[in-house]
Design a protein around this ligand. Structure first.
Ligand code: MRU
Length: 357
């Protein structure tokens, strides 16, 4: 019900089939991506977006490139060498979401480990990309189950920002997963979706996917969040993440930090939902997270209509950093983390690497 197949293989397995999110909610158009260049363009243009989804999509494009190279008769060594430019182009398509690097590193390690002929390596990479997609689906489900326990049993007013739903993942989403499960259980939710300037992921995507699932969703412009909390309509805030640093600082869509400050002021729980693949223990804190800057045109003339003087200076970070101390809990696919996040994250990642948690 809540899975939209934002990214999947085409029926013949020779292309990545994306739901073009730049066209939603007006058009539900699927596009087929067959080259690394086309995938880089799709990621940069946000045809596919959301941290887990771009990791999956990049992994699939890398696997397709391996198949192409194997088809040219390349041997294993030249296949591996030929994949390096694909890695570099894909990994730098967007800098903030660490899932992109995580997924590509996984495929690169797979390519290095397999000693068979080039076609066998290409097949292994396709299987690995498919595994990442399938695992993401299961991770969303587990995040949903853990998050469900944090939702009031009788129902709740929930505020979310950007889109951390099915459109952003291989499954039912991260921040939206507990909401889908709560709704399926008959719990009464009123979800407020921030519009999410400048690219409107909240109105174009979150309001669309929640609405089509029958969840009560109310769209608000971003600046209404404070009013909602003043009026006592919000029981909790739940958002996704693009990268969680080792100390628990969270990078997510710009505007998330402001929400966390409001939530703290109004004593509203502020939850972050993300798979372990979004945690980057190599990044010590939020100050070390690279923040993508977007084009001024997206602010000055979003969706084609001039909304600002043509030459006005624009500052357009795509993400901001919410300090760990503003986060009530981090809901992962391996359990709910509570402060202090440093040791909790270190233990979780250690267990995840051992496969024991
Ligand atoms: O620029 P976007 O649309 O890719 O930003 C997406 C977000 O900020 C999401 O909240 C985040 O990637 C988590 S998606 C499960």
């Amino acid at each position: 019900m809540s899975e939209l197949g934002a990214v999947r293989w085409s029926p013949d397995g020779r292309a990545v089939d994306l739901l073009d999110q730049t066209l939603l909610p007006e058009h539900e158009t699927r596009i087929e991506i067959t080259t690394v260049d086309a995938m880089v363009e799709a990621i940069r243009a946000l045809r596919v977006r959301g941290a887990p989804a771009i990791g999956i999509a990049a992994a699939m494009a890398y696997a397709l490139e391996a198949a192409r190279l194997a088809g040219t008769g390349a041997d294993v060594t030249s296949l591996r060498e030929g994949l390096e430019p694909a890695y570099d182009r894909l990994v730098s398509a967007r800098p903030t979401a660490v899932n992109l690097r995580w997924a590509l590193d996984r495929l690169r390690a797979r390519a290095a480990a397999d000693c068979a002929d080039a076609r066998a390596v290409a097949r292994a990479l396709k299987a690995e990309a498919s595994a990442i997609l399938e695992e993401d689906r299961a991770m969303c489900e587990r995040i949903g189950r853990f998050g469900l326990d944090l939702l009031p049993a009788g129902g709740a007013g929930v505020l979310t920002h950007c889109n951390a739903g099915s459109l952003a993942t291989g499954g039912m989403g991260t921040a939206l997963a507990p909401l889908y499960l709560a709704h399926a259980e008959g719990r009464v939710l009123r979800v407020y979706a921030d519009e999410t300037r400048p690219l409107l992921q909240g109105s174009r995507l979150t309001a669309w996917e929640l609405g089509r699932s029958g969840i009560d969703v109310t769209l608000v412009v971003d600046s209404v969040a404070g009013v909602l909390m003043q009026e006592g309509r919000i029981d909790l805030v739940i958002v996704g993440a693009d990268r969680i640093a080792a100390n628990g600082d969270v990078a997510n869509k710009v505007g998330t930090y402001s929400l966390s400050v409001l939530a703290r002021h109004h004593d509203v729980p502020f939850y972050v939902a993300a798979p372990v693949s979004t945690i980057d223990v190599d990044t010590p804190d939020g100050a070390a997270i690279p923040i993508e800057q977007r084009e001024a045109s997206e602010v000055r003339a979003g969706f084609g209509r001039a909304t600002a003087p043509a030459g006005v200076t624009v500052y357009a970070p795509a993400f901001d950093v919410t300090p760990a101390e503003h986060v009530t809990a981090i809901i992962t696919d391996r359990g709910v983390l509570r402060p202090p996040y440093g040791p909790a994250i270190a233990a979780l990642v250690r267990d995840a690497r051992k496969g024991t948690a």
